[in-house]
Design a protein around this ligand. Structure first.
Ligand code: FEO
Ligand code: CA
Ligand code: CA
Ligand code: CA
Length: 627
């Protein structure tokens, strides 16, 4: 692989390049094993006769639509699209709220140029690149959004002369400033929501922002570097993927593919954990050539300061972000916080890589409205999920007793700890969403071409079965679990599959998908997920949008809405070709949904110049709520 090609790879392709494991693929075996799972899947997807016993909130928001005959949704589902535009149902409107390079402060009004992108001097005063997870915060009559910027596209973001490879410290700084988190106030101006330029809430948190750490691994030898001998002041949050919101109203940003930022300019120690996390070789954006912090031959512990869940208070622009080591270190997708029946705080988390695990953190302390939050995300137990084929499962505690590792090692090398207790290797756990009306949670397992074919990077087998029932899984599925005793604090659960994505036009076996997938609503690679307050599950995709072969008839990436009682799924929005849909939150009055459009192709949304990732707002023309 030539240097200049690395930035063209997706993050999972990049990891495959780092870890080329032996591979065999017998197509006949794939099909046979998939078919043999059909009986099981029918059982897993049986929707009970109580399926229509929906919550009152759910019913009230859909009554009009039901009279209309549209499957219990408040909109008429839309067709696939293959163009470079956005489509929403009849009766809905959308407009761009903010694009990469748009000013947060008036001195950056001209920071973006279609030819050269954003000038380095203004690169931390504009909206970041590749928008991802986001949440809404309300302060009196003010609305503040915190929004992740996951990664960069150097061939788009850098001047053409750089050919996608940073050539100077300034260009590296520009890329660093394009990522992290944007906090910004938005307001309904009468012409829809717009950014409040120069709002005192507006803030960029980047790869350069100084943070602090808490929890058992903070200050440990593992996280000490030459620049920070105390191991308490890491710099930067990176590859900010999914999000979460605490019960007490702060933002959780989740550090996913942090490994790709590190490289070596000289000899370095190839550690076992580096292999498990895909750290080594050449960095994706040449950071190591211009900043020793990213150079494994100079700062081998720096990668241990990334891969955490980081908490930010969006309503206090002077607050210092906190990396919570108690929640474990892996490729964090999102962080879904709920509460156990006894008041303890529970955070569900996925590790998005082929054959990696699902986790949850449970605090020792309890939370009450307005009460202290001290220690709630620094003192507790990290668990990893074990799924049994009989549709039960357990959360296995990761402790020195169960793993033979120190607590610092468990938290910094959580993947290795999970392997020691026999956690279930999953089909790339992406977002986890908990139903606000019922004690259950859902995880999008986006796809896994290695299922049944290759081990994970730790050598754990990836057998076909349980919630990962298809070999070489190309479409993905959504697993759902109900904690025992209807208590998120419980250590056991029952699970089933809410949906198995597939293509019923192309396959008449398990690759055709579960019964709630039809030629009319099909999709691949579920990724982003969030429940609206009325109890619907919104599903965003990040998959193959070629509309060919296995994916013929699925069109561009999309956002669908699921009724989790009946199993029905309806397509609500289609993205421009090339883009994924990721990130979803609502205005305080639920009349507007904010939706993220990441890595669009063509020249969306401007119609000329560079493509720009953007957050859009979507609303109903009749002014009714949409969430
Ligand atoms: Fe950043 Fe797994 O998506
Ligand atoms: Ca994602
Ligand atoms: Ca994805
Ligand atoms: Ca993405």
């Amino acid at each position: 692989m030539k240097d200049q090609d690395i930035v063209d790879l997706s993050w999972d392709e990049f990891d495959e390049l780092r870890d080329p494991r032996a591979s065999t693929n017998d197509f006949d075996a794939v099909v046979e094993r998939a078919i043999s799972r059909r009986g099981f899947l029918g059982g897993a997807l049986a929707f009970g006769s109580g399926a229509l016993a929906m919550g009152a909130g759910l019913m009230s928001s859909t009554t009009a639509a039901r009279a209309d005959g549209h499957m219990g949704f408040a909109f008429k589902p839309i067709d696939i699209a293959t163009d470079h535009d956005i489509h929403v149902p009849d009766g809905y409107k959308w407009k761009v709220l903010v694009r990469w390079g748009d000013a947060l402060f008036s001195d950056a009004a001209n920071a973006y140029s279609p030819e050269t992108g954003v000038d380095v001097s203004m690169s931390d005063r504009v909206f970041g690149e590749n928008t991802d997870g986001m949440e809404t915060f309300v302060d009196g009559d003010k609305t503040v959004l915190a929004i992740n910027s996951e990664y960069v596209n150097p061939k788009i973001n850098l001047p053409a002369a750089s050919e996608g490879k940073p050539q100077s410290a300034d260009e590296v700084m520009m890329l660093k400033n394009m990522q992290g988190v944007t906090v910004m106030e938005v307001a309904d101006t009468g012409n829809g929501f717009e950014v409040v330029v120069d709002s005192p809430y507006n803030r960029r948190i980047t790869h350069e922002t100084v943070m602090t750490m808490d929890g058992p691994a903070a200050g440990s030898d593992l996280v000490k570097t030459n620049a920070d001998p105390e191991g308490m002041s890491p710099k930067g949050t990176m590859n900010n993927c999914g999000s979460g919101k605490t019960l007490w109203g702060t933002y959780l940003t989740c550090e996913e593919n942090f490994n790709g930022y590190f490289g070596a300019t000289g000899a370095y120690e190839e550690r076992a954990d580096f292999k498990r996390y895909g750290i080594g070789g050449e960095g994706r954006y040449a950071y190591e050539k211009f900043d020793t912090r990213y150079d494994l031959s100079k700062e081998p512990n720096e990668p241990y300061r990334h891969g955490w869940v980081t908490e930010i208070n969006p309503l206090d622009p002077s607050s210092t972000p906190i990396k919570h080591t108690a929640l474990g270190r892996f490729k964090h997708e999102n962080a879904e916080m709920v509460q156990a029946n006894d008041g303890r705080v529970v955070v569900y988390m996925g590790d998005d890589e082929r054959g990696e695990f699902m986790y949850k953190f449970v605090s020792n302390g309890t939370w009450t409205e307005g009460g202290s939050t001290e220690g709630l995300l620094s003192d507790g137990t990290l668990y990893v999920a074990k799924f049994n084929d009989d549709m039960t499962g357990a959360w296995l505690p990761l402790t020195p007793e169960t793993t033979g590792m120190s607590i610092e090692e468990i938290l910094v090398f959580s993947r290795i700890a999970g392997s020691k207790v026999g956690a279930t290797t999953m089909d790339r756990p992406e977002w986890i969403a908990a139903n606000p009306l019922k004690c259950e949670a859902y995880c999008a397992l986006t796809n896994n071409k290695n299922r049944g074919i290759k081990t994970n990077a730790g050598g754990d087998e990836t057998p076909v079965g349980g919630p990962n029932p298809r070999e070489a899984n190309k479409y993905g599925q959504i697993v759902r679990w109900t904690p025992t005793g209807e208590d998120h604090g419980s250590e056991t659960f029952a699970w089933d599959l809410y949906v198995m994505a597939g293509n019923p036009n192309v396959h008449d076996n398990a690759y055709g998908g579960s019964d709630n997938v039809t030629a009319g609503n099909m999709f691949n690679s579920p990724d982003g997920m969030a429940f609206s307050s009325d109890g619907y599950l919104w599903i965003q995709t990040d998959g193959d949008d070629s509309n060919e072969g296995d994916f013929a008839g699925q069109g561009n990436n999309q956002m669908l809405v699921g009724n989790t009682e009946t199993g029905e799924i309806a397509r609500f929005l289609t993205a421009p070709n090339g883009a994924e849909v990721t990130g979803l939150c609502w205005s305080a009055d639920k009349k507007v949904a904010f939706v993220g459009i990441q890595h669009p192709g063509g020249a969306w949304p401007d119609g000329a110049g560079k493509p720009r990732s953007a957050v859009i707002s979507v609303w109903r023309e009749d002014g009714a709520t949409i969430g």
